[in-house]
Design a protein around this ligand. Structure first.
Ligand code: SF4
Length: 119
């Protein structure tokens, strides 16, 4: 849940995503900020209306759009070979995990690499 940081990276270090895809298979919202909707649609080369209709849904609290899930619960943007189809413009929620938000036990599942900040 963005905004909650259960285990911050050690001082002077940060985690680097290795695109293992594990977090992309967790069920739950991938909330989009308003500006991200246009950016992702442009990156995919489609009109915003088409992107919204094909790849998003309104969250139950009606506060934002979320990327939809595939039948297996994974994110619709996760490719069969475990890559994020929109990695260069992926949502803020995805960019922030696990350095700015994470939850208890995340590091037992996620294969992010811990590196010194200068790297
Ligand atoms: S947008 Fe990309 S990084 Fe975010 S959950 Fe979907 S596949 Fe994963």
């Amino acid at each position: 849940m963005p905004g909650f940081l259960s285990k911050p990276p050690p001082l002077g270090h940060h985690y680097v995503c290795t695109q293992c895809g594990t977090c992309c298979r967790w069920e739950g919202y991938v909330r989009l900020r308003e500006d991200e909707v246009d950016t992702i649609a442009e990156f995919l080369g489609m009109p915003v209306e088409q992107f919204v209709a094909r790849y998003t849904a309104l969250t139950d609290d009606r506060r934002s759009l979320t990327l939809i899930e595939r039948a297996d619960g994974g994110c619709v943007m996760l490719t069969p070979d475990n890559r994020c189809r929109i990695n260069p413009v992926k949502p803020f929620q995805c960019q922030g995990f696990p350095n700015t938000w994470n939850f208890p036990g995340w590091d037992e599942l996620c294969r992010a690499r811990l590196v010194p900040d200068e790297e």
